[in-house]
Design a protein around this ligand. Structure first.
Ligand code: G6Q
Length: 543
């Protein structure tokens, strides 16, 4: 696959010409022209219903987008990923999060070794451990039952676990308090442990590398907190710390017995690792059965993505629509709006998944792209956003494609809440698509000078994803849907969604600045004049 010639490719050129023809069409016209649109422009798989009728597309648009996917070699890339080929070329790694949810007995070979038995060995070890913590068989150093579980990790070692914990809170063991500490800001640690008993607290140190500055700083602080709280006896670390990592040597160095280490592999990227041992805190919270149900949901979507024709393939359709808006309508951002409070951390999780994956400007061949790549993802759970930023989506100057995510059933049926919630979701998508014309505004008796302010242009696109209820399996399907959409977008753009070199520079510079902030004597500062002045002022303010 040539990556640098996307904008010269026949499918791209055809889409450009087509865009010129259809960009001016209003969704009102598209719906008026085809009364069956609301049924036709839908797809359903794995219990997820995707309504993409309120997108600025015609049947021809979809044909051309699907042709683009074919031309960009998507089929081959999917197969290569599932076969364990080293498609993360800049890091020379396979990309096999799909192996983390492969059922026992499936075979996926990397470097001559079937990795699936190893995956299940770790899952079994996790289940055994989670079971012991939940049942009270795993006791703290002084013989007290564990009541608090604190995951220390950051980025991919935090966002997935905390999102899944919040999403599945309904299914969690309420006798256990779960906290997630990620930020190196001491406020994060201090607030997480406030009022907790070290004797009843277990820390899960989650770090693929076991060298990450934030995580290791927090882990050392946690160790000091436990040791001080338990009378200064270092041997207590064994009962209050477990590690999730690929780096046994560093785990040992920290003082955690590697018998209490849960491993994973370099073919699991950080932001794709929540199904690996990185999910240990999730499993402790919701129990092994629920964790396995979540993995089964992921796997079901993996199989759909791997086998379904592109025109019926949920992740592919969503990806193609994202490319359509980002590259042909120049949309810069995309909003994800779950109408489900349990998904409150889902947008934050997706920000890493989408933006760390596709925030790239160089193709796999090293050429600069001359088209937009990954959009800025953001969002909040409904209906809160309606009382804040929705104004801009409805009447602002930016085109912001939205994903509405809703569930037919609530886990907490109370009065009319759920119907009101879902009515709002349907209403927002409807209002965005169809708006309100000046004639309609006038017909309501609106004063003429207010008419322009009260007009809704409409023609603002959205997807609606509807599922039955938020449960572990559905959560797995939903996450895999976005994972594979991200992969598909990256494939169209010819970039590598699996590296993240863009996070390195700041880390290196911070290491240089730390001693300049900590040294007793005023350091000789050799940064730019702005950074020098800020460091000098910080030192003065702290002295
Ligand atoms: C994700 C990134 C990144 C990573 C963190 C934590 O894809 O690689 O967010 O997860 O930097 O890394 P460790 O797990 O090694 O501490």
């Amino acid at each position: 696959m040539s990556t640098s010639t996307l904008t010269d490719s026949p499918a791209w050129k055809a889409l450009q010409a087509h865009h010129a023809e259809v960009a001016g069409l209003h969704l009102r016209q598209l719906f008026a022209a085809d009364p069956t649109r609301g049924d036709r422009f839908t797809a359903e798989a794995c219990g997820l219903y995707l309504d993409y009728a309120k997108n600025r597309v015609t049947g021809r648009t979809l044909e051309l987008l699907v042709a683009l996917a074919a031309e960009r070699g998507l089929r081959g890339r999917i197969d290569a990923m599932f076969r364990g080929e080293k498609i993360n070329t800049t890091e020379n790694r396979a990309v096999l999060h799909v192996a983390l949810r492969a059922p026992r007995g499936e075979k996926i070979v990397v470097d001559g070794e079937d990795v699936v038995p190893g995956v299940h060995e770790v899952l079994d070890k996790m289940a055994d451990f989670a079971g012991r913590v939940r049942s009270g068989a795993w006791l703290g150093h002084t013989g007290r039952k564990i009541r608090n579980v604190i995951n220390i990790g950051i980025g991919g070692s935090d966002l997935g676990p905390v999102m899944a914990y919040e999403a599945l809170k309904f299914y969690s063991d309420r006798a256990l308090r779960c906290e997630f500490v990620s930020n190196v800001d001491s406020d994060d640690f201090a607030e997480a442990v406030r009022g907790l008993e070290p004797a009843e607290t277990l820390f899960v140190i989650s770090s693929k590398t076991f060298t990450t500055l934030e995580t290791m700083t927090n882990a050392r602080t946690a160790r000091d907190w436990v040791v001080a709280g338990l009378g200064g006896d270092e041997s207590c670390v064994a009962r209050h710390f477990v590690a999730v990592s690929t780096n046994a040597e560093k785990v040992r160095e920290f003082g955690i017995d590697t018998a209490n280490m849960f491993g994973f592999w370099d073919w699991v990227g950080g932001r794709y690792s929540m199904d690996s041992a990185i999910g240990l805190s999730t499993m402790v919270a919701v129990g092994p059965d629920n964790f396995h149900a979540m993995l089964a949901g992921f796997h079901e979507m993996d199989e759909h993505f791997r086998t379904a024709p592109f025109g019926e393939n949920l992740p592919v359709l969503m990806a193609l629509l994202a490319v359509w808006y980002g590259d042909f309508f120049d949309a810069q951002t995309a909003a994800v709006l779950p109408y489900e409070q349990y998904l409150k951390r889902f947008p934050a999780y997706l920000q890493q998944l989408t933006m760390e994956s596709n925030g790239k400007s160089v193709t796999l061949d090293g050429d600069h792209v001359d088209y937009n790549t990954g959009a800025i993802y953001w969002g909040e759970p409904g209906t809160n956003g309606q009382h804040s930023f929705y104004q801009l989506i409805h009447q602002g100057t930016h085109l912001i494609p939205c994903d509405f995510i809703g569930f037919a059933k609530t886990l907490n049926p109370i009065g009319r809440h759920h119907d009101i919630l879902l009515a709002n979701m349907f209403a927002q998508a409807e209002a965005l698509a169809f708006g309100k014309t000046a004639e309609e505004v006038r017909a309501e008796g609106t004063r003429e000078d207010l008419v322009p302010h009260r007009v809704f242009e409409g023609n603002r696109p959205s997807n609606t994803i509807l599922a039955e209820v938020i449960d572990p399996k559905t959560l797995g399907k939903l996450i895999a849907l976005y994972e594979h959409s991200v992969f598909t977008q990256g494939t169209i753009w010819g970039i590598n969604p699996f590296d993240q070199w863009g996070v390195e520079l700041g880390k290196v510079l911070a290491q240089r600045i730390i001693p300049e902030l900590e040294s007793q004597d005023a350091p000789e500062l050799k940064h730019d004049s702005s950074t020098n002045a800020l460091i000098a002022r910080y030192r003065r303010m702290n002295s």
